[in-house]
Ligand binder design. Structure first.
Ligand SMILES: *Cc1c(COP(=O)(O)O)cnc(C)c1O
Length: 307
């Protein structure tokens, strides 16, 4: 299985930097680049691979044959995990939030096709699962099984994300990423050069918990990061016509697809902050395109815009 992991790693593309050309950016003398983790792999969503990599290595080193995790019906994390499980010939089990509806979402259909066993759990039970933080914490875990927290939010996940930051050789003032659990941001915080700052955009409403969660994942206190909690559009996976309009315009202008849950909200927020002159003229911003485009199948408004 170690060999299969090496083969899988070799199937990844480089995540390039793309400069965004837009008169608005010129007008404010801001340089904006996207780090294209959406291009890493045709199936595995960018930041989910970054987070899974060292968790998988750990699971394999323990001789685990089953990977168990949790997520929603459009979860990029479960989607990535199911695909990786099939590739590495590991059994995967997904604990899914909510009741089973008559048809599976395209995300869960993929996961099921790749061999993931789907178990639906009530919203209350789902919430309780969040307290199991370590790989062996899940009650009644089978002996050869490895538990991954929601979104892969474990300290081992930070190492893979840190590799993302170390791939960037261009100097920059700000490194931006969308936040769900904040694990990706935590990994970036540990790895950016001394003069650069990290800025996270929360995808959820009332995301003040992120300050504590991110600090808790960091190996030592860091002061090089900030969060913006203002661009949640009403809550996780909530959207608005204005958000879709922005995403459509961005796609037309740059040819780069976004999704409305994470990357669309982050870039909407970034553009808004640039318009409000929050950044100093002359600054260079690098934003991470974390991927997640498979989730667009849950938003017909978005797939309509695809080229
Ligand atoms: C899961 C996800 C995030 C959030 O990552 P966290 O590490 O949980 O903060 C951001 N973008 C995309 C596309 C994701 O799938």
């Amino acid at each position: 299985m170690q060999q299969e992991l090496i083969n899988l790693e070799q199937s990844f593309q480089d995540s390039i930097l793309t400069k965004i050309n837009d008169p608005l950016l010129d007008q404010h003398q801001i340089e904006l680049w996207l780090k294209r983790d959406d291009l890493l792999h045709p199936v595995i969503s960018g930041n989910k691979w970054r987070k899974l990599k060292y968790l998988l290595k750990h699971a394999l080193s323990l001789d685990s044959h089953t990977l168990i995790s949790m997520g929603g019906v459009y979860s990029n994390h479960l989607h990535a995990l199911a695909y990786v499980g099939q590739t590495l010939q590991l059994q995967t089990i997904g604990l899914i939030r909510g009741d089973q509806t008559h048809a599976l979402t395209p995300t869960l259909q993929d996961a099921s096709d790749w061999g993931m066993i789907l178990k639906f759990v009530s919203r209350t039970d789902y919430r309780l699962l969040r307290k199991y933080q370590n790989w062996h914490d899940l009650p009644d875990l089978p002996p050869d099984a490895y538990w991954l927290t929601e979104g892969g939010a474990q300290t081992l996940a930070l190492q893979g994300v840190a590799e993302l930051a170390s791939e960037i050789s261009l100097p920059y003032d700000w490194l931006c990423a969308p936040c769900g659990t904040g694990t990706t941001l935590a990994g970036l915080i540990t790895a950016v050069p001394g003069h650069s700052r990290v800025l996270g955009f929360a995808a959820l409403k009332n995301a003040g918990f992120l300050y504590k969660d991110i600090a808790g994942l960091l190996p030592e206190p860091c002061h090089n990061w900030e969060l913006n909690l203002d661009y949640h559009f009403g809550g996780f996976a909530q959207t608005s016509p204005e958000l879709f309009c922005f995403i459509g315009q961005f796609q037309n202008q740059t040819g780069i697809s976004l999704e409305p849950v994470y990357t669309g909200k982050m870039l909407y927020g970034l553009y808004d902050l640039i318009k409000k002159r929050t950044f100093k003229p002359g600054q260079r911003i690098i934003a991470i395109h974390t991927g997640g485009l498979q989730g667009n199948r849950g938003f017909p408004q978005c797939t309509d815009n695809h080229d």
